[in-house]
Structure formats: C-alpha cells, structure tokens
Design a protein around this ligand. Structure first.
Ligand code: ZN
Length: 147
C-alpha cells in the first residue's frame, strides 16, 4: 500500500561533522538533541573507512560489509522519522575510491568521518512511525488511521 502525506519544510540546518566521528551516530545524535522527528538529510565529504549493509530480500536480514580504506562521499541521502518513539535516521550512501569506483548501500554504524558537510531539513507534518512490515521484514512507515 502506498502511503503519502503532505509535509511542510520548517527549518534548515547546515553544518559539518567532527573528524573521527561515527557518521550515522553523529547524524542521529544531532536529530535527537534537536528533537528532529521528521526530515531529510544530504551530505558529502570523505570517510576514513565504511561499514554498509545490503538487505537480503530472501532471508530478510541485513548483510553487513566493511570497506577498510579512505573514500569520498559522493552522496549521502536519508530521512528522519520515529522508531520506538525516538528519531531514527535511515540513510543510504555512495562512496568512491581513488579510481572513481563506487560502492553503495545502507549506511551502518562503523563508518568513520574524515570530513563531512551536511544539510538537514526539518519538516512539520503527521507522525511517520516505523513499525515492522510483515511482507518485507523491514521497519517501514505507518501512520495513524484517518478519521
Ligand atoms: Zn536502507
């Protein structure tokens, strides 16, 4: 079932993350400290090493993999919504090595920032809450029923 609701842009933040920090954890921390419950994020920069995941659609499990080298962040794109009542960042990332070869996937903890510039957009709108979806095994968006 397709779910779509109107949201309204309310605030924009621009910033840089600290060198040596965990990319996903830093973004999550910013959202939690600023009570961002709904929004989107984009970023670019470089990482010292990466840890990503691929969701196996047959087994319904994430398969994690590490890339132990310095890489450019050519694009990080993500959204912020609620899971278990607190902000959760869901981000995917594309990274490139020194030859321009790209890697990509679901961003996991363990990706270490070399330098990262981000833009965070906060939305006003209905609550988007992640709940387990039986069909996919993923925590997907659900919304309160319409009256
Ligand atoms: Zn994902």
């Amino acid at each position: 079932m397709t779910i779509m609701k109107k949201v309204k842009s309310s605030e924009l933040f621009m910033g840089k993350l600290c060198h040596g920090g965990d990319l996903l954890e830093e973004i999550t921390d910013i959202c939690q400290k600023n009570n961002v419950q709904l929004g989107r994020i984009e970023a670019l920069g470089a990482v010292q090493k990466a840890r990503l995941a691929f969701y196996n659609q047959q087994t319904h499990e994430y398969q994690f993999f590490a890339i132990d080298q310095s890489l450019e962040i050519t694009k990080l794109v993500g959204n912020i919504s609620l899971k278990d009542g607190s902000p959760m960042v869901h981000a995917h990332i594309t990274l490139a090595d020194k030859t321009g070869k790209a890697y990509g996937g679901h961003l996991a903890s363990g990706t270490v920032v070399f330098a990262c510039e981000f833009i965070l957009e906060v939305f006003e709108g209905p609550i988007f809450e992640r709940k387990l979806d039986e069909e996919t095994g993923l925590p997907l968006w659900t919304m309160p029923k319409e009256k």
